[in-house]
Design a protein around this ligand. Structure first.
Ligand code: FAD
Ligand code: FMN
Length: 629
């Protein structure tokens, strides 16, 4: 990760020095340094100053703080599973270092036990527009309320997951980090804000947490062993030894995962929309045979796409590069021909603020420096929207900047997630997806969504695409098969419900099921129509209400159908139904939420606040689950 002002606590000049130094360090040197810095942060300030002045000199012993029990609590807030996976990885590393580590989702943690926690590690992503993930909401609100306890020096550290293309980058992690400090917690390792390509930064943070703990141990051991500093080992070195031992215990087996995707064969790739539709939605069937990958209805599949060949060509030509010139690609420091690197490794369709700042530095372009200067945030936001690298190179006359220096500034091409649309019981060893092709006009050019276009145009049956399973514990069928379910999924939001109903058919679940579906036109856009009708006939689907927005003058959406059926819908809620919402987050999720509140208020005779409370309770009881994007 390249450090700069916006993704680290350093000034630009400090970040530049670190960017020069860090890549030259060996693993051993990095571990030693993180241990040393963590130790410096844990001893009182004057000692830390001496330590940096004369590293090898004997130090006066720090006052022996009572050693804390070797316990740690790891809490995660995660929507799509990344933070959860990293929290579990941290917990494993802590256990390997002899800690009793409890790991849980924030909404499974009892906030009133926070005071009893010995050490707290938080791994949390940001969603919505800078909002906490659903399973972090309750704990987030608690911690920011007056009920939050004073933490009296409780050691903590925060890992924040996010995406630099969002305005509120890693906002939730930043909020937690700040709040824990305000409450009196002691930060033992600096917060790390991860971009979509989070593996290296997250591993670095986990190493730094372990190194900090190791130095804490070394400091308290040396302080209690001797009141004299004579012969004391610099705390960082002690930490290095422990951290190195911990690192050595890392697991070796490599199952298929986000960082080791499986090449799944494409079995089928059909357009679900009829002739004349404004949409193109692909039904993709993939073989997972031999992968060992398993999933449950509600999970998603991640796809590593390739950029569109025409766009790669256009970029190379615009920049004056050559497709066969070698450029760095991949973290092992290897090189690839530029054309291949731009196709498979780098993001070329999106501009981010950190990228523009780095390009301004690299090229010295006065116009770009002006646009990225402090105070120009609004202008920068407007420039970035709907533009790509070709626009940047053209707009700022950057033709001729060497590919070798420019290309490594680009973000790694991130995978895209798709709700799995099949039940593994109905289709063993397969995963089906429902992918809508993204195409739009912007600044005079037609733009194509990277992954949806890759699937629509180039994932031919017989070819292979790199995938992994992203589990989602927050979108699950109820464990009791008698529980009624209400599924609201317009457009591609319907995908997981094909998996839910397939599963309910296979397991013979008896609970009632209700689907709200919508799109533009009945004739061309009724995805999986035949299957819903078959399930209706067979009783797997109890009810279906559809809203085709453009088949009449007045736009009708799923929320209108819900309001029309308010009485029955409320009765289902009172019977304990679980509500699932999947699909568009920007408008649909909000409108459906508002419709549910109205239904509960009207039919339950409740105030606005009481209706909101009803929904909140449903959320806490996992009876209101959303998977929106
Ligand atoms: C958990 C989860 C599940 C998902 N499930 C599905 C699914 O089942 N089916 C599905 O199709 N998608 C699904 N998605 C969305 C999917 O991951 C991708 O975001 C989507 O396919 C677009 O990816 P892309 O690479 O084609 O487009 P990208 O290259 O990522 O481009 C998309 C971006 O283009 C911009 N854009 C798009 N339209 C316009 C416009 N009209 N004007 C201006 N800018 C615009 C927006 O910034 C948008 O974010 C899911 C997402 C998540 C997080
Ligand atoms: C719908 C959606 C909204 C997002 N909003 C933000 C955001 O506002 N800020 C941010 O930094 N990242 C945002 N992200 C990026 C996620 O935080 C990032 O993908 C992270 O790795 C997800 O981790 P998780 O799987 O633990 O939820 C968003 C992602 C999605 C899918």
């Amino acid at each position: 990760m390249v450090l700069h002002e916006t993704n680290s606590p350093f000034r630009q000049d400090q970040a530049e020095l670190l960017n020069k130094l860090l890549p030259t360090l060996t693993d051993g040197q990095r571990i030693w340094l993180s241990g040393y810095l963590a130790a410096a942060a844990t001893v009182p300030a004057p000692v830390a100053v001496q330590a940096s002045a004369a590293l090898a000199e004997a130090q006066p012993a720090a006052p022996a703080a009572p050693a804390l029990p070797k316990e740690a609590t790891v809490l995660y807030g995660s929507q799509t599973g990344n933070s959860k996976k990293l929290a579990n990885r941290l917990a494993e590393r802590l256990k390997g270092a002899g800690y009793e580590a409890a790991v849980s989702a924030m909404n499974d943690f009892k906030p009133n036990t926070l005071k009893k926690v010995t050490r707290l590690f938080i791994v949390v992503s940001t969603h919505g527009e800078g909002d906490p993930p659903d399973n972090a909401l309750g704990f987030y609100e608690f911690l920011h309320s007056k009920r939050a306890p004073q933490l009296d020096g409780m050691p903590f550290a925060v890992l924040a997951l996010g995406d630099t293309s969002y305005e509120k980058f890693c906002q939730t992690g930043k909020d937690f980090d700040k709040r824990l400090e305000e409450l009196g917690g002691k930060r033992i390792a600096p917060r790390v804000d991860c971009d979509v390509d989070f593996e290296d930064a997250a591993s670095g943070w986990i190493d730094s947490v372990l190194a900090a703990l190791a130095s804490e141990e070394a400091a308290s051991a040396s302080a209690s062993a001797s009141a004299s500093a004579a012969g004391a080992v610099p705390a960082g070195a002690g930490a290095a030894a422990v951290a190195a031992a911990v690192s050595a215990a890392a697991p070796a087996a490599v199952p298929y995962s986000r960082s080791n995707p499986f090449r799944a064969a494409v079995l089928e790739n059909l357009n679900l929309n009829g002739r004349g539709s404004a949409r193109e939605t692909r039904h993709l069937e993939l073989s997972l045979e031999g992968s060992g990958l398993t999933y449950e209805p509600g999970d998603a599949l991640g796809i590593y796409p390739e950029n569109q060949p025409q766009l790669v060509e256009e970029l190379i030509e615009t920049a004056g590069w050559r497709a066969d010139e070698p450029v760095p690609a991949g973290k092992d420091g290897g090189e690839l021909p530029l054309g291949e690197a731009l196709s498979r490794h780098y993001e070329i369709t999106l501009l981010t603020r950190p990228l523009l700042q780095q390009v301004a530095e690299l090229t010295g372009s006065p116009k770009l420096k002006e646009l990225t200067a402090p105070g120009q945030e609004q202008a920068l936001r407007e420039y970035i929207a709907g533009r790509d690298l070709v626009d940047l190179i053209r707009g700022f006359d950057l033709k001729g900047v060497p590919a070798k220096t420019f290309v490594p500034l680009l973000r790694k091409l991130p995978p895209r997630l798709y709700s799995i649309a099949s039940s593994p019981k109905a289709y063993p060893d397969e995963a089906h997806l429902t992918i809508r092709k993204v195409v739009y006009e912007s600044h005079g050019r037609t733009r194509y969504g990277v992954c949806s276009t890759y699937v629509a145009e180039r994932a031919e049956p017989g070819s292979e695409i790199p995938v992994y399973v992203q589990h989602n514990e927050n979108f699950r069928l109820p464990s009791d098969p008698d529980t009624p379910i209400i599924m609201i999924g317009p457009g591609t939001g319907v995908a997981p419900f094909r998996a839910f109903l397939g599963e309910r058919q296979e397991t013979g679940a008896s609970g009632k099921t209700w689907l709200f579906y919508g799109d533009q036109h009945f004739l061309t856009d009724f995805l999986y129509q035949v299957e819903w009708q078959r399930w209706l006939k067979e009783g797997v689907l109890t009810r279906m209400d559809v809203a085709f927005s453009r088949d009449q003058e007045q736009k009708i959406y799923v929320q209108h159908r819900m309001l029309e059926k308010a009485k029955e819908l409320y009765a289902w809620l009172e019977e304990g139904a679980v509500v699932y919402v999947c699909g568009d987050k920007s408008r649909m999720a909000h409108d459906v939420h508002a419709a549910l509140t109205t239904i509960i208020r009207r039919e339950g005779g409740l105030s606005e606040e009481a209706a909101a409370e009803y929904l909140k309770r449903m959320q806490q009881e996992r009876r209101y689950q959303r998977d929106v994007y």
